[in-house]
Design a protein around this ligand. Structure first.
Ligand code: GDP
Ligand code: MG
Length: 163
């Protein structure tokens, strides 16, 4: 079966926007799991003739908790379990947060390849906004703008290199 790429990150960092930019078509809807909101989370995608399946872990909201950290720990663990490559999305506009550090910590303990995408870098002269994210200990941050479709090719090159 195809490699699986999971997208993880805080609410509002732009996961769904990225997911929709990359995805080709809807493939399925998450099973009806009690306590879990149904959302479109699986999508077929292709880059350089390599097909893969993407999961938007942000589409899985635990109804029983309003705590972002609990939900994010769940997302991160799900991603580590299911994915061949994890894309951790952070937000250049809000900067690094405690929740980002917590998720980075969980992701660093996994043996899966983790790519760090800094979203909302909407123009090339904003690329200095990525530097603080080196502190997450996940390697070189990749600046992207999901809404403006900037640098998504660089991100996808690195995704498929890690299959
Ligand atoms: P999610 O909660 O992580 O799935 O985030 P969404 O994809 O729903 O996006 C949250 C907000 O950020 C929306 O208002 C988007 O339009 C906005 N957004 C997403 N990507 C970008 C981007 O590259 N640049 C800017 N400036 N805004 C973005
Ligand atoms: Mg979303």
């Amino acid at each position: 079966s195809k490699p699986i790429v999971a997208i993880v990150g805080r609410p509002n960092v732009g996961k769904s926007t990225l997911f929709n930019q990359i995805g080709k078509k809807r493939v399925s809807i998450v099973e009806d799991i009690p306590g879990v909101t149904r959302d479109r989370i699986y999508l077929d995608a292709e880059w350089l003739n390599t097909e893969f399946t993407m999961i938007d872990t942000g589409g899985i909201e635990l109804e029983t908790t309003d705590h972002i950290l609990t939900s994010m720990r769940h997302q991160a663990n799900l991603a580590i379990e299911e994915a061949d490559v994890v894309v951790f999305v952070v937000d250049a506009k809000t900067g690094m947060t405690a929740a980002d550090e917590e998720v980075a910590h969980i992701l660093r303990t996994s043996k899966k390849p983790i790519l760090l995408a800094v979203n909302k870098v909407d123009s090339p002269n904003k690329e200095n906004e990525i530097y603080e994210f080196y502190n997450l200990g996940l390697g070189d941050p990749i600046p992207i703008s999901a809404s403006n479709a900037l640098n998504l090719g660089d991100l996808l090159d690195q995704v498929v290199e890690n299959f």
